[in-house]
Design a binder for this molecule. Structure first.
Ligand SMILES: NC(=O)c1ccc[n+]([C@@H]2O[C@H](COP(=O)([O-])OP(=O)(O)OC[C@H]3O[C@@H](n4cnc5c(N)ncnc54)[C@H](O)[C@@H]3O)[C@@H](O)[C@H]2O)c1
Length: 436
């Protein structure tokens, strides 16, 4: 297959993840990077052999050069997607764009419009659409095995320490600097549920709040930082326990530890916790995003779906139950338990075995690692690899069919998220119109 050349905007955790997989399969080659952090930029350029003149301090400098690659990966932080996406679409790059597309509907619509105007392929990184597990669930529904889908129950178990890392102490803790948590975290789940039902909901409601990680919940003797806190050993959200525990494990050192410090020693971690944001008491941060939220959706035929996102869980694969007229499915992100109402028989489908080869061949390149775990460090159950393989296959062939959604489909599922947020804030049921 033709090798696709790539520019990467944002040489952070996600940019690296996609670049590494593209190189590993040989389907893509990074030829340019835009990254303001000099250390990250130099390391990125060295790892992928990017020439000095193609290593830029930011996306604007990259956009000022001629088009340097077939496609660009945009993996900057949430509020810095729109301007690079529009500018680079105007230069004719195909785009792999991190989610969320943008913090609001107006900007996301600008991005989709730029993709249409320039006739480029733009895939939003909804990695869950690309897992072998998702393929298996979709096939089950499409085959009619459980009849008509009447309702669904879906859980996103964020995980107590993941909530503390990303949504209390980390980048995604505030709506004004990132996005509401439903957009930052669960736009994946809403996108996935719309994908399963095959259409957007007709009506949406939602409830949720920040109930725990607040000053009111702070124990009287807690210190502002874990390293000074007498309660640290017994606190579930101890930063030293979490981050010192990453040392020695390459996967945990990549994520979550590299968001905290580039150091890989006990001293470097403790120093980051003494001075940096990740050492703060979870009850003394400037966070405002929710720690639990429900979304209830009703579809045009009366089918319903309830979705729960919660911090107060282990960090695990999502759980889903599907209730059909002729059968029932209970999925844990890897295995599906299928009960057939016609026979009463049960089948266990192990999608880690089921999917890997089929996913790889449907994506056209590489091998989706169906056994990978749920987290970003683990590649989202094969979704990261599946997405990159599909995107590179689409760009190489000029045929978008390996992509499981285009810019307008992603815009539509983001709009469901904004409808749910509107419902939560106003305490109302919002009628969803698929077109703005
Ligand atoms: N698809 C997924 O499952 C998934 C998982 C995690 C994060 N994300 C999303 O990926 C995005 C990136 O997250 P991350 O964890 O890699 O963040 P990160 O902070 O590690 O990386 C972002 C990088 O962008 C760089 N940057 C800042 N300004 C820039 C500019 N002007 N030009 C070029 N680069 C610039 C930063 O220096 C940083 O290195 C976010 O939008 C996040 O929500 C998606």
């Amino acid at each position: 297959m033709t090798e696709v050349t790539l520019a990467v905007v944002g040489g952070g955790l996600r940019g690296l993840t996609y670049a590494r997989h593209a190189h590993a399969t040989g389907a893509g080659r990074v030829v340019a990077v835009a990254e303001p952090d000099p250390r990250r930029r130099a390391a990125f350029a060295a790892e992928f052999g990017v020439r000095a003149e193609s290593a830029f301090p930011g996306w604007k400098e990259l956009a000022a050069a001629d088009r340097l690659a077939d496609a660009v990966v945009i993996a900057t932080q949430d509020q810095l997607h729109t301007d690079p996406a529009v500018a680079l679409a105007d230069l004719g790059y195909h785009i792999l764009l991190e989610k969320p597309m943008a913090p609001n509907e107006r900007e996301a619509a600008r991005i989709a419009e730029a993709a249409r105007r320039n006739g480029i392929m733009l895939a939003v990184c909804h990695v869950l659409r690309y897992t072998p597990y998702t393929r298996a669930v979709r096939d089950l529904l499409d085959s009619g095995r459980i009849g008509r889908l009447i309702s669904a129950q879906h859980l996103e178990p964020v995980g107590w320490w993941h909530q503390a890392h990303s949504f209390v102490r980390g980048h995604w803790r505030r709506e004004d600097t990132s996005a509401p948590m439903l957009l930052a975290k669960a736009c994946h789940d809403i996108d996935w549920l719309v994908h399963l039902f095959g259409r957007p909901p007709a009506r949406v409601s939602s409830f949720g709040s920040l109930s725990h990680f607040r000053a009111e919940d702070r124990p009287a003797s807690a210190a502002d930082r874990c390293v000074d806190c007498p309660l640290e050993p017994s606190c579930p959200y101890s930063a030293p326990r979490l981050y010192l525990g990453c040392l020695g494990d390459p996967s945990s050192e990549f994520w979550p530890l590299s968001a905290v410090t580039p150091g890989r020693t006990r001293e470097a971690v403790l120093e980051a916790l003494r001075v940096g944001p990740y050492g703060r008491c979870v009850y003394a941060c400037d966070n405002d995003v929710v720690d639990h939220q429900e979304v209830v959706m009703e579809f045009d035929d009366g089918a319903t779906c309830s979705f729960t996102m919660s911090a107060f869980t282990p960090m695990e694969d999502r759980r889903t139950r599907l209730f059909g007229t002729h059968g029932y499915v209970d999925g844990d992100g890897r295995t599906l338990r299928v009960v057939d109402f016609r026979t009463g028989e049960e089948e266990l489908v192990d999608t880690t075995a089921w999917g890997a080869s089929e996913e790889a061949s449907s994506a056209g390149a590489g091998a989706a690692e169906g056994s990978a775990g749920a987290s970003a460090a683990d590649g989202h159950g094969g979704g990261d690899e599946g997405l990159v393989d599909a995107f590179l296959a689409a760009v190489a062939s000029g045929d978008p069919s390996p992509l499981r959604s285009d810019a307008f489909e992603s815009l539509m599922t983001h709009r469901v998220v904004w409808a749910a947020e509107q419902a939560r804030r106003t305490g109302s049921v919002v009628t969803f119109r698929p077109h703005a």
